[in-house]
Design a protein around this ligand. Structure first.
Ligand code: SAH
Length: 247
């Protein structure tokens, strides 16, 4: 899979991409990532990518020409691709969207700055996506965040694929608690089943923990989840126990 990121701060993007899982996937060619300096598509001495907003009130907006030219050029060098515009006004980016976008061949992220982009640029955008109902000062962090989450669903990026499937949200549940050595630290113990248990007991304890955490921390996930009979029984059992605990 290929990602491109168009930004006036390419060094921010490269800094993040030079470490961790995504950088490894880049090195072994599972992922290709092209970072594009938008200023390379300007024609003035100052390499200007923004201009005053029409109508007054102050504030700068990203000019249409450099972005149109940049994306035209990208199109001449690539097969089909989709354009993602990170924006607080977009649909919320979530795990299902990450999984969906991981099936694309080529995604170009357009990082906004200032007050945002000239509205005519929306003609180029296939996905307008938000990382949450707040405003950050540029599209770089949102784009990196989305690239990281999408990459995890690209086969071969996360070494242990089981971990992606066990991660929160993938199965409509939160991940179970994890523990590592030592078995006792400052008097705090790892539950015995994880230390001594057999495979099946551990799997059962993990599933129970996932359900319990989802009930306590993120119960709305159950509204969208298909629940099988075995899971339903486990949920009812846990809710019964919680009700008894509550007296
Ligand atoms: N004036 C705009 C915000 C501009 S912030 C508004 O109120 O809608 C500058 C850029 O940062 C945006 O163009 C976008 O690319 C990015 N950005 C800011 N908040 C974001 C969010 N919650 N999700 C995704 N991108 C965001």
């Amino acid at each position: 899979m290929k990602f491109a990121v168009v930004s006036i701060f390419p060094e921010m993007i490269e800094a993040f991409l030079s470490r961790g899982i995504v950088s490894r996937a880049r090195a072994n060619k599972t992922l290709e990532i092209e970072v594009i300096q938008l200023r390379d598509y300007t024609h003035d001495a100052h390499r200007t990518t923004d201009d005053y907003v029409y109508g007054g009130g102050g504030g700068m907006v990203m000019k249409p020409a450099p972005v149109f030219e940049c994306i035209d050029d990208y199109a001449t060098r690539n097969g089909p691709f989709k354009v993602v515009f990170p924006s607080p006004q977009g649909q919320i980016f979530d795990s299902a969207r990450a999984e969906e976008l991981a099936r694309q061949e080529n995604l170009l992220f357009l990082c906004g700055r200032y007050e945002g982009i000239d509205e005519r640029l929306m003609n180029l955008v296939d996905y307008e996506l938000s990382i949450g109902s707040f405003v950050v000062s540029g599209g770089e962090i949102p784009a990196l965040l989305m690239i990281d989450a999408i990459s995890r669903f690209v086969p071969g990026v996360v070494g242990n694929e089981r971990s992606v499937k066990q991660d929160s949200f993938y199965n409509g549940l939160l991940d179970h608690a994890n523990w590592t050595r030592p078995a006792v630290y400052r008097g705090l113990e790892v539950p015995a089943v994880y230390v001594n248990g057999h495979h099946q007991e551990i799997e059962k304890a993990r599933k129970r923990d996932s359900i319990l955490r989802t009930i306590l921390k993120h119960p709305k996930l159950f509204l969208e989840k298909e629940i099988g009979p075995e899971e339903k029984n486990a949920i009812i059992e846990i809710i019964r126990e919680l009700s008894t605990d509550a007296g």
